[in-house]
Design a protein around this ligand. Structure first.
Ligand SMILES: Cc1cc2nc3c(=O)[nH]c(=O)nc-3n(C[C@H](O)[C@H](O)[C@H](O)COP(=O)(O)OP(=O)(O)OC[C@H]3O[C@@H](n4cnc5c(N)ncnc54)[C@H](O)[C@@H]3O)c2cc1C
Length: 574
């Protein structure tokens, strides 16, 4: 664990709750649905609202600024909760806030003490908006292809500053930021600089006319011989840029994971009450299993599985424990973002379907949410890049442990299941053991030469790990041992049912897709042994009870019949 990431302190529960409440109150007053629809239609960035959020009125930016620089010193867990709350309101506005969070990160985790003092205190007290300028026209997923340059300026042989030249694209807050974090190539390698608005040679293009998050500003940013001082080089040493970006991936990806979660729930929060009102064929849609078990229940389950993974990763970041690969939880952050953003997209799509023709028009909001949440599988690492990252990282673990890694995780899930047989741990163990078998066959047959096989492994790994984490957290919820800040709107018996539903889906997916890709990539001879190793029969038998569990989850979401009461002091499941 890098020093920069360790010991993110975190708020106490009361402060976090008050912060979330303040955001909800602010949104109710300043960002009701009609205002949001109007901003979307006009393609308008509500700069005053975002400034109020990041300034004196709400002060959201204080959350991620350490206390020593006049901030609140929130941890990864707090940032996740706040990002989810912002996303539930509007992903465009949330992106305007996120850009400041991201823009700050190189300073928080890579800046010198003097730089932190200089910039963080200003961001805290003046509520400055920031932009994070990494992407370029030819350097998107592959930041190594960066072309912007920072040429050293010397005076009598002493380095006094740099001149930055280059074009950045897709920059959130690009036309409105007060401070720009910019990644540029120095002689020593890629490095972050901070540039102030008003610097000579700094300009931006017209706002992009986007598919979604239209209430955010996205623009090209041009640097034409922009002069900065040597003190504006973050960390004071050249060539640290990609390392500094890497340091915080676990953390920054959690923010976008929380966006997927918030966007997904925002859409279900509309589809659920809508389906209680909408009567077709003699009864409300909410009473029709063919509707609920396709369009509502699986999405609530996948979102809560993603939440479990986000929460566990956030807690590990805040505790300063390393990831399974011994790193800064980058792989775990990637899994969290991948699963949450994919689940958020699927949920929003289903919410449009759940509204029928009404979902296809703007008035019901789900149409806008569907377009908004689309961005979460694109920015901060596309889903495909995350699949690659996850597969490569875990492949290393597979090789290093000679295939034992996932077998051990399966053992652990089975052991957990002995104490809590009702939380899906045994089925999650089937998924993990199947991952171990599939990876081993891929190794023996050298099948990851096929990029598609590697990427699909990333998907299967993410499902299996998520199933195990969900089962574990459901068991902890049942024991009452989750941290006091954990999200508690789902009562423990419902969480257990959700974990069972998710584990069944994960085991089924890993076993069948694993077979499919191994055989599809030329491993026909492996069909019989692999089918036995992924325990196809057990995976099929594990599906027993799935309809009853889905009924139970539906009853909880609709607060009817057999639904257990919500946990003390908490609202309904949705
Ligand atoms: C609205 C919006 C806001 C944004 N805000 C910011 C911001 O504030 N700051 C910032 O720096 N950037 C920002 N971005 C940029 C964003 O991070 C990039 O768009 C993203 O990283 C993808 O890069 P790209 O668009 O160049 O796509 P590409 O990298 O060209 O990818 C295109 C497709 O190819 C796939 N792909 C790419 N590489 C591979 C590979 N090696 N193997 C297989 N498939 C591959 C991708 O998954 C994707 O599906 C924003 C983008 C948008 C749309």
């Amino acid at each position: 664990m890098a020093a920069g990431m360790a010991g993110l302190a975190g708020l106490d529960r009361e402060t976090l709750d008050l912060t979330l409440e303040a955001i909800r109150d602010f949104a109710a007053e300043r960002l009701p649905d009609d205002v949001l629809l109007d901003l979307d239609a006009k393609d308008e960035f509500p700069v005053d609202v975002v400034r109020a959020m990041c300034g004196d009125e709400l002060g959201v930016q204080l959350l991620f600024i350490p206390e020593e620089y006049e901030g609140m010193g929130g941890g990864a867990f707090d940032v996740y909760r706040v990002c989810e709350e912002l996303a539930r309101i509007d992903l465009g506005v949330a992106t305007g806030v996120l850009a400041t969070f991201l823009g700050c990160d190189p300073i928080v985790f890579g800046g010198t003490g003097e730089q932190k003092q200089r910039w963080m205190t200003r961001i805290a007290s003046e509520g400055l908006l920031m932009a994070y300028c990494a992407t370029e026209p030819d350097a998107g997923s592959d930041l190594g292809a960066l072309r912007s340059v920072a040429v050293p300026v010397q005076d009598n042989g002493h380095l006094t500053g740099y001149r930055i030249t280059g074009n950045k694209c897709w920059i959130s807050n690009g036309g409105f930021a007060d401070l720009y974090s910019v990644l540029a190539l120095t002689p020593g390698g890629p490095s972050w600089f901070v540039v102030e608005r008003g610097a000579e040679g700094l300009s931006w293009g017209k706002p992009e006319d986007k598919h979604g998050i239209r209430a955010s500003n996205t623009a090209q940013v041009h640097f034409d011989d922009v002069e900065v001082t040597a003190d504006d080089l973050v960390g004071g040493v050249e060539g640290q840029g990609l390392i500094q970006a890497q340091l915080v991936f676990g953390y920054t990806r959690l923010m976008v994971a929380a966006f997927g979660l918030g966007g997904g729930w925002a859409s279900l929060d509309r589809a659920i009450p809508y389906s209680q009102e909408r009567v077709q064929a003699g009864g409300p849609l909410s009473e029709k299993q063919g509707f609920t078990h396709k369009l509502i229940v699986p999405h609530a389950v996948r979102l809560e599985a993603a939440r479990a993974f986000i929460e566990e990763t956030a807690e590990r970041i805040d505790a300063g424990t390393p990831g399974d690969g011994g790193d800064n939880l980058n792989t775990e952050g990637a899994i969290a973002k991948y699963m949450a953003s994919e689940a958020g997209n699927a949920a929003a799509d289903a919410a449009v379907q759940a509204h029928g023709g009404y979902g296809y028009v703007r008035e019901y909001m789900v149409e806008k949410i569907r377009r908004d949440v689309r961005i979460t599988t694109i920015y901060e690492g596309t889903s495909e890049i995350l699949e690659m990252t996850i597969a490569r990282d875990r492949w290393q673990l597979h090789l290093k442990t000679r295939g034992a890694h996932y077998r051990q995780l399966a053992e652990r899930a089975r052991a957990d299941a002995a104490a809590h047989p009702d939380c899906g741990g045994a089925t999650a163990a089937l998924a993990l053991a199947a991952v171990a078998a599939v990876m081993e066959h891929c190794r023996a047959g050298r099948l990851t030469r096929n990029q598609h096989v590697l990427f699909r492994l990333g998907e299967l790994i993410s499902w299996a790990e998520s199933a195990a984490v969900f089962a574990r957290r459901a068991a902890r919820a049942a024991d009452g041992t989750l941290s006091d800040k954990a999200h508690r709107r789902v009562p423990p018996p419902v969480l257990a049912a959700m974990a069972r539903v998710f584990a069944r889906e994960a085991a089924h997916k890993v076993a069948l897709d694993g077979l499919r890709w191994v055989i599809g990539a030329g491993g026909e001879g492996e069909a019989a042994p692999l089918a036995a190793e992924v325990a196809l029969g057990d995976v099929a038998l594990a599906q027993a009870g799935s309809l009853a569990d889905m009924d139970l989850v539906a009853d909880a979401l609709y607060q009817r019949r057999s639904a257990p009461p919500p946990s003390a002091g908490n609202g309904p499941v949705h």
